[in-house]
Ligand binder design. Structure first.
Ligand code: G4P
Length: 526
């Protein structure tokens, strides 16, 4: 039997993030193959709404079904227990991804070598930076024509605002791609285009080893040596502590589709990526090694079957050992609950588990006890912070379209917001409710679910809004003066916090310069 400390030390809980199409699904699948969690490529593939932004309901429902199974993918790799937390591929569900990032200890970012850093990646990196999450970058699709690797490194640094350090280096790219030199382990892997097989490794002593010349030809070997010399000159030696602080991101090159460079990534990842880290609660810092159990809900997954209003609450375990049927305290409700059928996700199968450890995620079947952000503990009163909401990008008034069903609408809206589907703001001036989302698809999901799960009809009305930002001030008078001046544009979020609705960038800038004592925040965590 392993001790609690040993169980913690062997866990690696992380998420893979990318702009759609960079290769997240393919990489996830290859990692699962290495872990023996799946046996054929293609098994994870269906786990995404294809990028066509059309609202294909079958697809969305299918996605919701599949993503229960793939929300967490746990598997053993050597002595390590790996938990990959899936994030939705579709960018309209980015909010979901932000929250998932609060439940991981590190992140792997996938970047397409031809496209470089794309919009979604930039945004997700902002969230990582806010929390100093350690990131490893995988530059993918080296088998295709793409950009010069030095250019990519520059772009990663400037766009993601983090220092980078290559730990592997490609020999050519596209048609001429020959392989990757592993700087971390000082070895050479030759590229064989093959979707299943692991690459061929050439044993070498150092970068000067003549076996490199034999393997890739003299010209490419000397180019490699030049590149490596430049790398050593430009980039300081890789420092694990800096990586763990979120200050520097190691970079690997490869081709997920060809299973090339993936094992190198994984082997380095398990060595350097952090085991479960302490979690900040409002009361104090919680160490995973503590006896007392604690965890928080970071995701709620509604049942697809509208006849069963049940869902699964995903609990990230922060400290202690979680045990089935043990009495745990639901802090917000002040109730003691026992969970008879917690599930864990191993090798793509959902099983009832008797125990779980920090870093693990358990799924708890629920009929309305849980909201996103809820804390459960073995007794201590703790409140975990840090499930940030970000200022949405799109806004619409939500109106009741069936006067006979207004109760159903209210209940549906409230529950969907508790589940974190979108954000609700109530205008203090006219009492109208505004829904804020990241993308159009969320409005459609809300309307559909209100109708099918709650029997309510809603209607959307346009509102011209640029941003909603949370405001605060140390000066109560200044805050009151601001709220009075902007009374038509003041709202509250679902926790009752003050939110300023700016209808244009200009108005926002003016407000910022006219009211220097007010702080404007673009995420709810401040
Ligand atoms: P995503 O989850 O980030 O959205 O990306 P996904 O893995 O689905 O990959 C997007 C596309 O890029 C897929 O092609 C996939 O096969 C391809 N791809 C992934 N890794 C590599 C690579 O290393 N090299 C090359 N050349 N292509 C790669 P698709 O045509 O959209 O899907 P499919 O129908 O071929 O599966």
């Amino acid at each position: 039997m392993m001790s609690l400390n040993e169980e913690i030390a062997r866990r690696r809980t992380f998420a893979i993030i990318s702009h759609p199409d960079a290769g997240k699904t393919t990489l996830t699948e290859k990692l699962l193959l290495f872990g023996g969690a799946i046996h054929v490529a293609g098994a994870v593939k269906s786990n995404k709404i294809k990028k066509t932004a059309t609202s294909d309901w079958m697809e969305i429902e299918k996605q919701r079904g599949i993503s229960v199974a793939t929300s967490v993918m746990g598997f053993n790799y050597g002595d390590y227990k790996i938990n990959i937390l899936d994030t939705p591929g579709h960018q309209d569900f980015a909010e979901d991804t932000y929250r998932t990032l609060t439940a991981v200890d590190s992140v792997i970012i996938v970047v397409d070598v031809a496209k470089g850093v794309e919009r979604q990646t930039r945004k997700l990196m902002e969230v990582c930076r806010m929390r100093n999450t350690p990131v490893i970058i995988f530059v993918n699709k080296l088998d295709r024509e793409g950009r010069d690797p030095f250019d990519i490194l520059d772009e990663l640094e400037s766009e993601l605002k983090i220092r980078v350090r290559p730990l592997s280096w490609p020999i050519n790219i596209g048609e001429k791609f020959k392989g990757v030199y592993n700087i971390f382990e000082q070895s050479l892997d030759l590229f064989t285009p093959d979707k299943q097989r692991v690459s061929e490794r050439v044993e070498i002593d150092s970068v000067d080893d003549p076996r490199i010349d034999v393997a890739v030809g003299e010209a490419d070997a000397s180019k490699l040596r030049e590149d490596l010399e430049l790398i050593e000159g430009v980039y300081p030696e890789f420092n694990v502590a800096e990586y763990l602080d979120g200050k520097v991101a190691p970079v690997f090159f490869g081709s997920a589709l060809n299973t090339f460079g993936v094992k190198e990534l994984l082997d380095c990842f398990v060595q350097i990526a952090p085991a479960p880290r302490p979690t900040q609660s409002e009361e104090r810092v919680i160490n995973p090694e503590e006896e007392g159990f604690s965890g928080f809900v970071f995701k709620i997954h509604a049942n697809m079957d509208p006849n069963h209003r049940s869902c699964i609450a995903f609990v990230k375990i922060c400290s202690g050992k979680f045990e089935r049927n043990a009495p745990y305290k639901h802090i917000r409700l002040g109730k003691t609950l026992k969970f008879a059928a917690p599930t864990a996700f191993m090798a793509q199968k959902k099983n009832v588990v008797d125990e779980a450890y920090p870093g693990d995620i358990v799924g708890i079947p629920d009929t309305g006890n849980f909201k996103i952000g809820d804390t459960i503990t073995s007794g201590e009163n703790l409140h975990f912070k840090g499930l940030p909401s970000f200022s949405p990008e799109m806004f619409k008034y939500i109106e009741n379209a069936d006067p006979m069903k207004s109760k159903q609408l209210d209940k549906g809206v409230q529950q969907l917001m508790d589940e974190g589907v979108a954000q609700l703001f109530t205008n203090q001036f006219n009492g109208r409710r505004i829904i804020g989302t990241v993308g159009q698809l969320q409005f459609e999901v809300i309307q559909y679910r209100l109708e099918h799960e709650y029997g309510a009809q809603c209607r959307w009305e346009p509102i011209s809004l640029y941003k909603a930002c949370w405001i605060e001030s140390d000066d109560a008078e200044a805050l009151a003066a601001f709220k009075k001046r902007k009374f038509q544009f003041m709202a509250t979020d679902k926790e009752g916090r003050d939110v300023f609705l700016a209808d244009s960038n200009y108005v926002l800038q003016m407000a910022q310069s006219d009211f220097p004592k007010i702080r404007f925040h673009f995420s709810s965590e401040f």
